[in-house]
Design a protein around this ligand. Structure first.
Ligand SMILES: *Cc1c(COP(=O)(O)O)cnc(C)c1O
Length: 363
């Protein structure tokens, strides 16, 4: 059986060495030594001074929306994981869905602009599959209308454009360090912002809104990363470039086998962008079989793929009947969501396995 993903792991001994000191310090969470070391390593790697580790990416995103004090409408994409839309709703804001670009699968800047009203509080685009949004056009829209741009960069850790990390785009960004992501800390997340005031708020919000022993300025929750997760992050960060390189080999193998096949749309590289090779999406459009049939054939032969992202978040049952939640209003996203499949992709997926998967699809 071939799974759609497989978590990367550092050498066992390396992780044991990393956590050994915790048996002496007995300091297991609450911004301990590993937490501080990982934040410093991430500042260096991302080239960003203001960042806060979190329990997971979702809570990092909720805390960012809260720290920006957003009220009203947030323009976003339905072609994303449940987390993005839920974070907006759980923070008391209203998602306004704009459509995506058919090639990059990210928000179409022209469609964003059409949705701006006096109620618009922010734009929340998502970098999908390790490919970047049209960050320049989106920055220009945010600036023109005086609204912040907050990126869901859960898929984009390790992505660079002309040497600049994905963390540098927008007024803020969230990364997920979940076990299934290219870089992970078992569970974990990161909020990146641009100034000390926002960072102070984020750090308070992730610790019950407590600023000091006798000072509680915010109604915060608990989203602190523990030392064991931070230690896993420290180890995995040392192996990240190797991980991305191995994934690249898998992606190139898939491309060599599938490029040019009738009815298959693959994702091209973006100019000047070093992807992290997080996912390998294929759109089955005019292929002999439809997406669901390909999914079923592969599953019969022990190959797990994922209909990612399907269904669109604007068609979730929990939002049924709410105004603005209608996949027909985002026809490009609806078209892609009905036809896309992400193929198995992880660092040690063998060439023979990639060939087997491609043979099943092509035959
Ligand atoms: C994984 C993911 C999240 C949530 O991150 P967690 O760390 O799992 O909470 C949010 N958005 C997108 C696009 C994701 O893929």
């Amino acid at each position: 059986m071939i799974n759609v993903t497989r978590s990367s792991m550092p050498p066992f001994e390396e992780y044991c060495e990393e956590i050994r000191g915790l048996w002496d310090s007995r300091w297991l969470t609450n911004m301990g030594e590993k937490h501080q070391a990982l934040e410093q390593a991430l500042r260096d790697y991302l080239g960003c001074d203001y960042l806060a580790l979190h329990t997971n990416g979702h809570l990092a995103l909720e805390n960012l929306l809260e720290a920006f004090g957003l009220k009203g409408e947030i323009i976003t994409t339905p072609f994303t994981f449940a987390s993005t839309t839920h974070a907006i709703v759980r923070c008391g804001c209203t998602p306004v869905f704009a459509d995506i670009d058919p090639v990059s699968f990210t928000l179409d800047p022209k469609k964003i602009e059409e949705k701006i009203t006096e109620k618009t509080a922010a734009i929340l685009p998502v970098h999908v599959y390790g490919r970047l949004c049209d960050v320049d056009a989106i920055a220009a829209i945010g600036k023109k209308h005086g609204i912040p741009v907050i990126y869901d960069a859960a898929h984009a850790f390790g992505v660079f454009r002309n040497g600049v990390s994905s963390a540098a785009f927008g007024d803020a960004a969230m990364f997920s360090f979940h076990a299934t992501k290219v870089f992970h800390s078992i569970e974990g997340g990161l909020a990146v912002c641009r100034n000390g005031e926002t960072l102070r708020r984020l750090n308070d919000l992730k610790n019950f809104g407590i600023h000091g022993p006798e000072e509680v300025p915010y109604v915060g929750g608990n989203a602190k990363m523990n030392e064991f997760c931070a230690a896993m992050g420290l180890c995995n960060l040392r192996h990240l470039e190797e991980e991305i390189g191995k994934r690249r080999r898998v992606v190139e193998h898939y491309r060599a086998r599938l490029e040019g096949a009738a009815g298959l749309q693959l994702s091209p590289d973006q100019e000047g962008v070093r992807s992290n090779n997080a996912y390998f999406p294929v759109v089955f459009d005019g292929f002999r079989l439809d997406r669901d049939q390909v999914f079923a054939r592969l599953a019969e032969k022990g190959v797990n793929t994922r209909k990612y992202f399907y269904p669109l978040t604007n068609s979730f049952a929990c939002y049924a009947g709410k105004p603005g939640f209608d996949p027909a209003e985002t026809p490009v996203a609806a078209h892609v969501a009905d036809r896309v499949l992400t193929l198995p992709l992880y660092a040690d997926l063998s060439g023979e396995d990639v060939d087997r998967i491609c043979d099943i699809i092509l035959k």
